[in-house]
Write a protein that binds this ligand. Structure first.
Ligand SMILES: NC(=O)c1ccc[n+]([C@@H]2O[C@H](COP(=O)([O-])OP(=O)(O)OC[C@H]3O[C@@H](n4cnc5c(N)ncnc54)[C@H](O)[C@@H]3O)[C@@H](O)[C@H]2O)c1
Ligand SMILES: [Zn+2]
Length: 365
């Protein structure tokens, strides 16, 4: 058992604060030493996804070993837990556990627990310390980074929340060993997105990736590269007013597909797989992207179990309608992210709706 805190692999400077990212096998045991090293509060509330309780217990034990008072609160797995009701339940559990202003909330789980417990940390007693411990690939490369936290309303996803940066992000690649194949694939769709955004050798690394999750050392490297891309963008645009929009590559059509399929047919990453293909086709028409990139991307997505053909039960008209209602669109008709080449990205593009329709129709069998 290690009692000293490890060195971070990335330190992002976001809004005048430093956000260190610790990454590697066995880093779960670093959470206690990291919190204790700050010499602030002596209490920690570990909020853990019920599907990965053992990781929560390891984190809790590392906090106890570091001399902290620890309470553990499991959250039922699934998006249905991202509610104001669950936020109230956790807030009251924190109060009963005597969590105070200088204590910490530790979020152990995928994006659901990261968003929920992140918002708990942002709002409980007007803000306590937060450590994100992402346990899904999607959470490691995306949701645990950048500070977006929140819960859903019946009226819409992520409708109540805050931008609140964690004091540290701790990623233990070992936990991915238990992640179901479908969840790994979904996270990989975001990895493919980063490959396209960054281009160069990251694009090649992604295109040549072996079966998921892949060899541990290379996997840590891949996650680090994706995390660096996201954090660089966030450091420039923490509150999503400009450049952060590039992270929406594949998401305009993807969100339309997710919504048109009623949020049950496709998981988010699967809809993004299809959305990326549409965005690449529109990029060919508008910006002259070479067709080989869409072909290669399609082969990569397919090889890792992601859909490249749209289920015929999904109505194209509905996809297009729901796309233009995406809450991230800022009044422009479609507002897409398009590529001239991998690594050469343009945001706030307003492509010809007929080209977009054709790119979605083409996904049908
Ligand atoms: N904050 C952001 O910037 C941001 C970005 C993208 C997505 N999100 C949010 O993230 C959420 C999706 O996150 P997700 O894809 O991680 O899903 P998730 O949190 O629902 O986790 C997926 C499933 O995997 C299980 N699980 C988690 N870790 C495991 C492990 N190591 N081994 C075995 N099972 C494990 C969970 O119990 C769950 O059933 C959505 O609510 C979305 O809105 C937020
Ligand atoms: Zn996404």
């Amino acid at each position: 058992m290690s009692t000293t805190a490890s060195q971070p692999v990335i330190v992002a400077a976001i809004g005048g604060r430093e956000v260190p990212v610790h990454l590697g096998p066995g880093t779960l045991s670093q959470v206690g030493p990291l919190l204790a090293a700050q010499a602030l509060g002596d209490g920690a509330l570990v909020v853990v996804d019920s599907g990965i309780a053992s990781a929560g217990e390891q984190v809790a034990q590392s906090c106890r070993d570091a001399g902290l008072r620890v309470a553990v609160e499991p959250v039922p797995a699934g998006e249905a837990s991202k509610t104001l009701g669950e936020l109230e339940r956790l807030s009251r559990a924190a109060a009963r556990a005597g969590i105070r202003r200088r204590d910490a909330v530790v979020a152990v789980g995928g994006g659901v627990v990261g968003d929920l417990a992140g918002f708990l940390a942002a709002s409980y007693q007007r803000g306590v310390r937060l450590v994100q411990v992402p346990t899904t690939l999607l959470a490691m490369v995306d949701s645990s980074l950048g500070g977006k936290t929140g819960v859903d309303l019946p009226e819409g996803k992520n409708y109540v929340g805050a931008v609140y940066q964690p004091e540290a992000v701790v990623m233990d690649t070992r936990v991915l060993g238990s992640l179901p194949a479908r969840e790994l694939s979904c996270g990989f769709a975001e990895v493919v997105k980063y490959g396209l955004l960054v281009g160069g050798d990251l694009m090649e690394m992604v295109a040549g990736w072996p079966d998921l999750p892949g060899p541990d050392a290379e996997l840590a490297d891949l996650i680090r590269r994706c995390a660096e891309c996201k954090l660089e963008v966030v450091a420039e645009d923490e509150f999503d007013l400009g450049r952060r929009a590039i992270l929406n590559l594949g998401h305009t059509v993807g969100h339309g597909i997710e919504a048109a399929a009623g949020y049950h047919l496709y998981h988010h990453g699967e809809a993004i797989s299809l959305g990326l293909l549409a965005a690449l086709r529109v990029s060919e028409q508008h910006l002259g992207l070479a067709p080989e990139w869409r072909d290669r991307t399609m082969a990569t997505l397919q090889r890792h179990g992601l859909p490249v053909v749209l289920d015929p039960s999904v109505q194209v008209d509905q996809v297009l309608q729901l796309m233009s209602r995406d809450k991230k669109s800022d009044g422009r008709a479609l507002n897409m992210v398009l590529l001239r080449a991998p690594g050469d990205v343009l945001t706030h593009q307003d492509p010809d709706p007929a080209v977009v329709r054709a790119a979605v129709e083409e996904l049908l069998p």
